[in-house]
Design a protein around this ligand. Structure first.
Ligand code: C2O
Length: 586
């Protein structure tokens, strides 16, 4: 296992410093980790780079600091909302430990797969990281690596190449809906005035069924099973649940408790909103407080005010909230699942309090009137005219290549109701990761149309015109890039581009129901990059394609030997164990 030493050599002198947490007010459970973490950012180790003088895609800093984490993945019974079920956990906890680094640091996560009864492979994906110098560290089984076999260890090493708020999750089947998910914060320049960074606000729809059973329901011929509902909604892994509302016999405890956030009067607070759920489109709001949006995903924006933030799965929004000046009360924070998603209990609550200590009784505040009405029916992101990146970049006005993509849903040859892109419902082969095949010079997979690989050759830019003939909205996610979002809406695209000289960039954007989404990427990152719907159930049932970008350059990537070794280990494991791949695999 050469990777740590290699990075150490490349970076020259490295530093690792004693543990101390940047977010002491979060629920203790959330941060239990063996990682050495300094209170970050600790100055501005990224040097003179700031939001306006640096193209983050071309010129990330190198701090020489390695942030190491040790993750053990196993099964465990937990009851985040009082209802006990089996989880897949990292270091015994859900949500998983916070990963925290400065822009330009190296993040190194050693993952021990201790999943047993039943055994499963796993792989962790670092959502939104570009991986421009480590394309094989993207953590997608069948695409960039073979799964980590049960009983094995794999170390991910990558640069914190963008800055802002994000998350990591298993990309093996729908394991992240079972609990393998956590926040990831990369500190970087911020030219907004902010006094107190309150850290991650992880929002997750929550199910009282084990993830494998949920996947079994999704891969089905029965629409009612496919459209199963979440049972609850959580903020930082907490919410109350009324045990009398279920007829299941699992141990259940009322008033499990909710998360809380302390506001200091007159100060400006940063909240890092992260939708790390499986299916639900979330609407976020704080009673009596407007918010200033300052970034979407890893992209700082020109600030704008709002009372409600929309987040589909995978999306993040950093907001600033100005605390009231002479206030001693407490207020409800709300994450509410939108009407286009499927749930029995849409409301997650947390407490924002001004006093010295957290109040005993829940706040009695009422939501903004704007929050109650039409907002919950809007299953689209904020208008593209509102969301303008601070650092302007102009995409190629005429892309080198345009790819039409049609989303569809319907029965396959054997009657299973599956999602598809251009008629293909994706299914992975864990034993043959596409990036590694391409690195060996193999770029055509005629026997495997279901891998859904699009080879864009050396085209310098690619535009995707994605059309959606169905009612469901999809959070479309592209790996390895921040995509330019040129247009999104209902009906048919008329060719208009919003802010053609500086369109929104981000890594997930909503494709509206009965509508279109037009995105464009600059081909600056040779690799095999998933383009998929981030609804766990939709990617499980095939709503996925692979962007094969600049295969001539993939051939020259210096892929470390551990990648081939992991495939030999997986192959040996699957030689005498049956892998139950009932879904697409991702
Ligand atoms: Cu959040 Cu394909 O990933």
């Amino acid at each position: 296992m050469q990777i740590p030493t290699l990075v150490g050599l490349l970076l020259g002198s490295t530093a690792q410093v004693a543990a101390q947490f940047s977010y002491p007010n979060l629920p203790v459970d959330f941060l239990r980790t063996s990682a050495p973490v300094t209170p970050l950012p600790n100055g501005a180790p990224w040097g003179p780079r700031n939001v306006m003088n640096t193209n983050a895609y071309d010129d990330p800093p190198k701090t020489g600091v390695i942030r190491t984490y040790d993750f053990t993945i196993a099964r465990k019974n937990l009851a985040p909302d009082g209802f006990t079920r089996e989880f897949l956990v990292i270091n015994g906890q859900f949500p998983g430990p916070l990963i925290e680094a400065n822009w330009g640091d190296t993040i190194q996560v050693t993952v021990h797969n201790q999943l047993s009864n039943p055994e499963e492979g796993t792989a962790l994906h670092w959502h939104g990281i570009l991986q421009k110098t480590s394309q094989w560290m993207d953590g997608v089984p069948a695409i960039s690596q073979c799964p980590i076999p049960p009983g094995s260890t794999f170390t991910y090493t990558f640069t914190a190449d963008l800055y802002g708020s994000s998350w990591y999750h298993s990309h093996y089947s729908a394991q992240y809906a079972g609990g393998i998910v956590g926040p990831m914060i990369i500190h970087g320049p911020d030219d907004n005035k902010c006094d107190i960074d309150l850290g991650p606000v992880l929002i997750t729809d929550h199910y009282h069924e084990e993830y494998f059973k949920l996947v079994e329901m999704v891969i089905s011929k029965d629409l009612d099973a496919i459209r199963h509902k979440s049972d609850n909604n959580l903020i930082n892994g907490k919410n109350n649940f009324d045990c009398s509302s279920t007829n299941r016999t699992n141990p259940c405890r009322n008033n499990a408790g909710i998360s809380s956030f302390k506001f200091t009067p007159g100060k400006t607070h940063k909240l890092r909103l992260i939708n790390a759920g499986a299916e639900a489109l979330q609407k976020f709001s704080i009673d009596g407080h407007t918010m200033t949006v300052i970034s979407n995903d890893f992209v700082p924006l020109k600030p704008y005010n709002t009372k409600v933030v929309t987040l589909h799965v995978g999306q993040r929004t950093d907001v600033l909230v100005h605390a009231r000046k002479h206030e001693t009360g407490s207020f409800n924070m709300r994450a509410t699942i939108a009407n286009c998603s499927l749930t029995l209990n849409p409301n997650a609550l947390a407490t924002v309090y001004y006093g010295r200590t957290r109040p005993r009784n829940p706040p009695t505040t009422t939501p903004w009137p704007e929050f109650l009405d039409s907002v919950l029916n809007q299953c689209a992101n904020d208008d593209l005219s509102l969301t303008v990146p601070k650092y302007p970049i102009r995409p190629a006005p005429v892309p080198a290549f345009t790819q039409d993509v049609a989303v569809n849903f319907g029965p396959n040859a054997t009657g299973f109701l599956l999602w598809s892109l251009n008629g293909v419902s994706f299914r992975a082969n864990y034993n043959n990761p596409i990036l590694l095949l391409s690195n060996l010079g193999n770029n055509s997979y005629p026997d495997d149309p279901e891998w859904n690989v699009y080879n864009f050759g050396s085209n310098s830019s690619v535009r995707f015109v994605i059309v959606n003939p169905k009612i469901a909205a999809h959070p479309i996610h592209l790996h390895g890039h921040n995509m330019f979002v040129l247009a999104a809406g209902k009906g048919t695209w008329d060719g208009t581009i919003t802010h053609p000289n500086n369109p929104l960039r981000r890594d997930v954007h909503i494709l509206p129901g009965f509508g279109y989404l037009v995105i464009q990427m600059k081909s600056d990152n040779p690799g095999a990059w998933p383009l998929h719907c981030h609804i766990a159930w939709h990617v499980s049932s095939g709503l996925y394609l692979t962007v094969l970008e600049r295969p001539d350059d993939i051939k020259n990537l210096q892929v470390p030997a551990i990648m081939a070794q992991t495939c030999r280990d997986w192959s040996a494991y699957t030689g005498n164990h049956i892998v139950e791949q009932i879904d697409s695999g991702l």
